[in-house]
Ligand binder design. Structure first.
Ligand code: SAH
Length: 240
């Protein structure tokens, strides 16, 4: 059965948005995955259809009510991963995306305002997910980020390009840099090794650049993955 995504949101009109274009959009139209959008407001029980209330203890903004969130979640829960978008969650990784893409799909809860009444995390098996250390105005863009990352990995969506072991994060490294024609542009040329036709030499150069750039830009990745997964690709030896 294809990957099934359900999104619970107060702004259903935001979907499919970017997920309806390009490769994800084509796969969606062809039934390679499905997207079901539910309006959280439909689960409000009072006559004003209220979904939020003021924060206990005082302070700015509004908090999403746990009774409304639970009703929305319970209406769609079926064993798929239950995710809640929140900056208080674990940062999303390519490893988690791969795991999710290999499963049946996901149910994603999008917050707004100050976020969720915390009791929803105690009462339902919700995985808090963050898309980075910054604050968005709502969970919808985060849900789109997560789904875009999953969908491109689904069989047939991107072909070989998304299965590459050398892509950023797959080996705990950033990917090496790319170049294409023209060979010379504004006085800058493409590294000579890439024109050598020597595949072992090219692989070694790419591995070296991946390591150098990761050390420089993302030392946290090197730290997190240790040295074990960073062996050069087979047949690759650097010859300077
Ligand atoms: N008061 C909250 C932020 C609320 S932002 C806090 O400081 O933690 C409103 C909603 O946007 C959140 O409920 C969440 O669903 C979404 N959101 C904001 N930043 C996010 C991030 N980095 N990752 C995932 N979701 C985010």
């Amino acid at each position: 059965m294809p990957f099934r995504a359900t999104v619970l949101t107060l702004y259903p009109d935001m979907f499919p948005g970017p997920l309806g274009t390009s490769l994800a959009g084509r796969a969606l139209a062809e039934g390679g995955w499905s997207l079901d959008i539910r309006n959280i407001r439909d689960f409000a029980a009072d006559k004003h259809r209220s979904v939020d209330d003021t924060p206990a203890g005082g302070g700015a903004g509004m908090v999403l009510r746990c009774d409304v969130l639970a009703a929305a979640l319970d209406s769609v829960a079926d064993g798929r991963s239950l995710l809640a978008m929140t900056p208080r969650g674990a940062p999303l990784t390519q490893a988690r995306v791969r795991e999710m893409a290999a499963g049946e799909g996901a149910i994603i809860l999008c917050g707004r305002f100050e976020g969720f009444d915390e009791r929803i995390f105690e009462a339902r098996p919700l995985e808090p997910v963050s898309v980075g250390d910054y604050v968005l105005s709502g969970g919808e863009l985060g849900a789109m980020v997560l789904l875009d990352a999953c969908v491109r990995l689904l069989p047939g969506v991107m072909g070989a390009a998304s299965s590459g072991e050398e892509e950023s994060f797959e080996q705990g490294l950033l990917e090496y840099p790319h170049y294409t024609r023209p060979f010379e542009w504004e006085g800058r040329t493409i590294p000579e090794v890439l024109r050598s036709g020597d595949h072992a030499k090219i692989a070694a150069w790419r591995h070296e650049r991946a390591l150098d750039d990761t050390r420089l830009r993302r030392p946290d990745l090197i730290e997190r993955h240790g040295g074990a997964s960073q062996a050069p690709p087979s047949g690759a030896r650097r010859e300077d």
